[in-house]
Design a protein around this ligand. Structure first.
Ligand SMILES: *[C@@H]1O[C@H](CO)[C@@H](O)[C@H](O)[C@H]1NC(C)=O
Length: 554
């Protein structure tokens, strides 16, 4: 087994000396973080001093059951929507009065009851902030070590096989209705692709480059598939739901950018999924009454293809359109600086520019495919077997042709044909995975769970699993907590990393539920305005502090 060489971290993080030069965003983050810690501590003190005064004044203080229920009621009151649960939704208050009486504002004005009520939200904020501090400590300071990546094919597949056997052996679960591409199945699919994607980064398994490109296409395909199915089935184009999705995709990454001084494009998966999610929303949400007619639906799909052709395949159009958004999607690799800051965005989003449309098509023809499958399953046993054998043979043949002529191409040539061919392996996989009802019914929940937290494992890997060392740098190294023991370190760091990713998944959702309501646009608008004001306020304090205190320290 190759020994991992431990490279000494070269000098200080950003400044190179004993101090770290902080940006305005970072100072603002610290201000917000300390503020949350302070308020949370205060809420604990208040709870100790006057336990549950208001709620319990009418209840029997001696009854422990009621006490715990009242406690729960307090704990679940949210920071921003709290007024809804306590006052009832239909109370006709003036907008302005409402605006100044939300728990957020009351907390800021040090209203004791509000602070007590928001205890658990504050705890979430503190936990979220602490995780970001952990990101910074691991990635930008020399508290820990960094190790070089090393690849060993045997080790790579050994690890993957172990995990797969555990997943299959211990977490197989049936679904009630074995639909084609049911939710647990797509989650499982995301999960094992993500594991390979991450191991590919950890071990720098260059020989898997083309496979990884297909996996990323698989995620984008699922964006088209999942979102189309949802909008088509429910017709729910509400702004609330849309904002929830945007929150889910971008909440964590925004904080990563601020705290680690990185570009949005370093985490290219996020802008890519965001833009394609918006496209699916636009495709179905513009003139939604037309979705019922197949002719119009196919026209919309055709128009999407045309739009992508104009916006991506005509490169000058792409550059003209995105030029003004350089601040958002521009990227320069500090280790290989080039002149074209939009190249990364053009390249990454371009690779999968068509596959989300294929995802939409698959979702659209899903009922037809399901009927076909049911027809096969009603045939007599021998005929069923023949049909399946035939389908599998054709799949194998096509797969082989694809493998020889496309998959085996070298990286650069492969990238050229990828946008037009990635649908082939994905579709073949869907066929194989769903060929019998038994296969469709069962999926491995361990992978399904990992499939649910892919966004978090994607973002966390940069900072607490791998190590990028400098702002905007690609994660070239490994984080090492146990220098000299590469495998033990791998186990330890991976355990921590998956645990933190899972926590972030829950925190993102908890905070989302409190701040982005699904079907109350007035409340949503108010919350957005309050968040922006609060953000501006904290940022202002950060700016002043950075100008006065931090600069003078230097
Ligand atoms: C829509 O796509 C986004 C991005 O991949 C994903 O997070 C979300 O779960 C999808 N929505 C549905 C309903 O599948």
């Amino acid at each position: 087994m190759p020994a991992a060489t431990e490279a000494a971290p070269d000098g200080g993080a950003a400044g190179g000396g004993s101090f770290v030069l902080l940006s305005v965003g970072q100072v603002s983050f610290i201000v917000g973080y300390l503020w949350a810690i302070g308020l949370y501590t205060y809420s604990i003190v208040l709870h100790r001093r006057k336990p549950l005064q208001v709620t319990l004044s009418k209840a029997h203080l001696s009854d422990p059951d009621i006490e715990s229920k009242a406690h729960q009621a307090l704990e679940t009151t949210s920071l921003v929507n709290g007024d809804k649960s306590s006052n009832g939704a239909s109370k006709p208050t003036g907008v302005l009065q409402d605006f100044w009486s939300t728990p957020l504002v009351r907390c800021m004005l040090m209203d004791r009851q509000a602070i007590m009520d928001c205890g658990d939200t504050l705890l979430h904020m503190v936990e979220f902030g602490s995780i970001l501090v952990w990101f910074f400590m691991c990635d930008r300071t020399d508290l820990f070590w960094q190790a070089e990546k090393w690849y060993n094919r045997d080790m790579f597949w050994f690890l993957f096989l172990c995990l797969t056997l555990v997943a299959l052996g211990s977490s197989l679960q049936p679904v009630r209705t074995p639909l084609l591409l049911n939710r647990p199945q797509t989650e499982e699919w995301k999960g094992w692709m993500q594991v390979l994607f991450l191991l590919y980064h950890y071990f720098e398994a260059r020989e898997l480059y083309n496979a990884i490109r297909i996996f990323i296409a698989g995620y984008v395909w699922m964006t088209g598939f999942g979102n189309f199915s949802y909008y088509y089935r429910t017709g729910d184009f509400s702004i609330g739901r849309f904002c929830q999705m945007m929150w889910r995709l971008n909440f964590l990454v925004i904080f990563c950018c601020i705290v680690l001084q990185n570009s949005y494009m370093l985490y290219y998966i996020c802008p890519m999924h965001t833009i394609f999610t918006v496209f699916v929303y636009a495709c179905l949400g513009i003139a939604p009454q037309l979705n019922k007619s197949p002719v119009w639906m196919w026209t919309k799909i055709g128009l999407s293809l045309g739009a992508i052709f104009v916006l991506w395949d005509m490169k000058p159009v792409f550059y003209a359109l995105w030029g003004p958004f350089d601040w958002l999607v521009g990227y320069t690799d500090p280790r290989k600086p080039g002149p074209d800051r939009l190249h990364e965005w053009y390249f990454r989003s371009g690779l999968d520019r068509y596959i989300w449309i294929w995802g939409m098509v698959c979702a659209y023809i899903h009922p037809t495919c399901m009927k076909l499958l049911n027809m096969i399953e009603e045939l007599p046993a021998f005929r069923q077997l023949t049909v399946r054998a035939l389908v599998l043979s054709v799949t194998a043949l096509l797969g082989w042709v694809y493998y020889v002529h496309i998959y085996s191409l070298p990286k650069l040539e492969y990238n050229k044909v990828h946008p037009y061919t990635s649908w082939i392996p994905l579709t073949l996989w869907c066929v194989v995975r769903n060929i019998t009802p038994k296969l469709r019914t069962y999926s491995a929940r361990l992978y399904g769970w990992l499939g649910c937290i892919t966004l978090e494992t994607y973002l966390c890997q940069f900072h607490i699993w791998l190590h990028s060392d400098i702002a905007d740098g690609q994660p070239k190294y490994l984080l090492s907590l146990l220098p000299g023991y590469p495998m033990l370190n791998f186990a330890l760091v991976t355990g921590l990393y998956v645990f933190v990713s899972n926590r972030l998944f829950h925190l993102t959702n908890e905070l989302k539920d409190r701040i982005v309501p699904h079907d109350d646009n007035r409340c949503l608008a108010r919350n957005i305005i309050q968040m922006l004001l609060l953000g501006a306020f904290v940022f202002g304090i950060g700016w002043v502090l950075e100008r006065t205190v931090v600069l003078h320290m230097v």
